[in-house]
Design a protein around this ligand. Sequence first.
Ligand code: NAD
Ligand code: LMR
Length: 328
Amino acid sequence: MKSPIRIAVTGATGQICYNLLYRIAAGDMLGKDQPVILQLHDITEAQSAFDGIVMELYDCAFPLLTEVVTTDNPEVAFENADIALLVGARPRGENMERKDLLAANSPIFISQGKALNTSAKRNVKVLVVGNPANTNAYITLKNAPDIDPANFSAMLRLDHNRALSQVALKLQMPVSDVKRIIVWGNHSSTQFPDLSHALVGNDKVTSLITDTAWVNNHFIPVVQKRGAAIIEARHGKSSAASAANAIINHMQDWIFGTRENDWVSMGVPSNGCYGIPSGVIYSFPVTCREGQYTIVENLVTSQSDQARMQQSYQELIAEQEAIKHLLT
Ligand code: NAD
Ligand code: LMR
């Protein structure tokens, strides 16, 4: 029997986590032979909501679920954590832009960065989901100076999965046949879903979809604005089942590796490639092996694609500027 892996999850009484915790405990993220300890965090006011969640976790009789901890103290939640899923934040409501959330959410990620630095394992893998996810990941990383920046990521996997599905639907092909999609940049409407390197089997997607109007007027805006469309369709609630699924996909690929001849999109600290200055948490195509990701570099990008990539970078820089005074 393997020893259990400690998974800290924040915002654990929220709607994403109601779709996430049971799948983690069932082995969907780390495998059917990997015991897990769930270390669940939420704010003090939300503690009573843990009662039902924990009862249901035990009522599932998951063979892999070794222990469940609930707390309102981030240092307790992150203690010796191998994995930290930072989901807790105020969700974006209708007519709210992500940057409106910056002021409300920055203090959460400052204190959680500090708590990770104090109590998590030094090789903890951190995924920030709470919006605005890229800048929240940046804030967390800056407040955890003793943990390698390469261990921090922001979730763009939901955008990546949305892009895969749009192409599969258009071509009437199984989604698993679509590879090498990229979503560049920020998890916001400035992100750039890019088909120029995508493949279906050995065929370039751009040779199968020659209708550039579909790409520019349907594919790109649908993926960019899908989060807002879901909020409208769900009467103010943001995506939860698909977000939970994307968390599982992101962590699974990071830990166990990406598919042959494929890559995924992850928000990670830039190393300066593609004209995106170092440090900013930006979504790039990455391959993963043995628990490490590598940015796929030297892909040829057109001038118009570079302009879109820069636009998302500029938004991230503006977000960083807005919280700069909080990081000193
Ligand atoms: P939710 O409102 O159901 O849950 C949010 C949780 O965060 C609640 O349990 C709440 O108590 C907790 N919380 C609030 N303030 C907190 C604080 N100060 N410290 C710690 N926890 C706090 O929201 P949800 O639908 O589960 O979404 C969670 C976050 O994920 C939101 O920010 C949402 O915008 C974001 N999201 C991101 C993606 C992505 O692809 N990156 C996709 C969907 C949703
Ligand atoms: C999503 O992409 O579904 C969410 O990030 C939307 C949001 O703003 O909560």
